[in-house]
Design a protein around this ligand. Structure first.
Ligand code: MRU
Length: 366
């Protein structure tokens, strides 16, 4: 199948010149400004990377992992000059923990940093230049690897949409190029399906409180020439009941070994509404989003973010001063509501415990 690409690039890494005169540059698109402005900012140190992840300059599970990997590559460069052997590993492992704590729910962050740390343990005997190059190479690999995973998910998901004859898709949050290293997870599936059949109708739920659906997903659909309709989160049930939605696809931030899936707050209620209305509900996520160390969604840490995200819109308060607020940023959809999980290895379904195990054992499912 022809490679599908996106017109949106959230992260650019420029390696150092061979002579080391030019330092590497890590540029990220400031997602807080989209859709008003497209502005790249440079992250110069791993501390900048942590702030960018915490403040949601970059967001989306796979992209957080990729940015963290580049953050480790920047850190190695600084640390390797002063530390050697054991102290290099110790210093980097404390930086790795700092980076991993930037956001708690998306497991891709831990996955990417742990991959880098495995390499660090192997390279500490190497000359400085080789060590720096090896870690940088791994970070670039993590980025490119995610692009390939998105491509595959897109193909499997689009094939399912075509064979099941689905004509209208609802999605939540942002799961496109702005959230990944490629065309996206759920977004990538929709993009691939749309390229084959432009008559597919696409609904984007606004995704309160940060409005990733309204601000980012509609931006990406429009940048890629896809006709989409924005709806408020509260309109989803109404449109499902009216028969205007025949498939729901969401991304994921962490999937437990039994298939329970954490994703943006509001995903769980969509899954329940989908079941009530006999609409298939799919998750699209690469294997780097699975956490096999946990048995169920009960063990997934859920990030609670600042109250201002709920009480304010564009800096203006929308509620009475002093009101109590809760702002969980994610929820967990129990596996029983999920019709299938679209991965780069195929579509997992049925008994998730065994289909997930098979996917990790290199069995191609679809
Ligand atoms: O808080 P965010 O914007 O980082 O949350 C992002 C999501 O919940 C996405 O749906 C998820 O990361 C899957 S994306 C590829």
């Amino acid at each position: 199948m022809k490679k599908i690409t996106s017109n949106v690039k959230p992260i650019i890494y420029e390696p150092a010149g061979a002579d080391e005169v030019c330092k590497p540059r890590l540029l990220v698109l400031d997602q807080r400004l989209i859709p008003y402005e497209k502005k790249y900012i440079e992250l110069k140190t791993y501390k900048d990377v942590i702030s960018a992840i915490k403040d949601m300059v970059v967001r989306g599970a796979p992209l957080i992992g990729i940015t963290a990997a580049y953050g480790m590559a920047l850190a190695v460069r600084d640390v390797v000059k002063t530390c050697h052997g054991k102290s290099l590993c110790e210093e980097l492992s404390s930086i790795a923990n700092e980076i991993k704590n930037a956001r708690p729910t998306a497991i891709n962050l831990n996955w990417a940093v742990d991959l880098i740390m495995n390499d660090v343990r192997a390279i500490h005997e190497l000359p400085v230049h080789e060590a720096i190059n090896a870690i940088e190479k791994r970070a670039i690999w993590i980025h490119e690897d995610d692009e390939m995973r998105c491509q595959k998910m897109g193909e499997y998901g689009a094939h399912m949409i075509e064979t099941c004859g689905h004509k209208s898709v609802l999605t939540i949050c942002n799961t496109g190029a702005l959230a990944t290293g490629g065309i996206g997870t759920a977004f990538g599936v929709i993009l691939t399906a749309y390229k084959k059949d432009p008559s597919i109708k696409v609904f984007a739920a606004e995704t309160r409180p940060r409005q990733q659906g309204a601000r980012l997903t509609t931006f990406e659909f429009i940048e890629n020439g896809i006709d989409c309709t924005l709806i408020s989160d509260t309109a989803c049930g109404y449109l499902m009941k009216k028969g205007e939605v025949d498939l729901v696809i969401a991304g994921a931030d962490r999937i437990a070994s039994n298939g329970d899936t954490a994703n943006k707050i509001g995903t769980y209620q969509l899954a329940v509404l989908a079941k009530e209305n006999n609409i298939p509900f799919y998750i699209a996520a690469p294997l780097s989003t699975f956490d096999l160390s946990i048995k169920s969604g009960e063990e997934i840490p859920i990030e609670e973010r600042s109250h201002e995200e709920v009480t304010h819109i564009n800096g203006e308060t929308i509620c009475t001063k002093g009101v109590k607020v809760r702002n969980p940023a994610f929820d967990v959809t129990p596996a029983k509501y999920i019709s299938g999980i679209i991965t780069e290895k195929g579509i997992l379904s049925g008994d998730y415990k065994s289909s997930i195990k098979n996917a990790f054992n290199e069995t191609v499912i679809a």
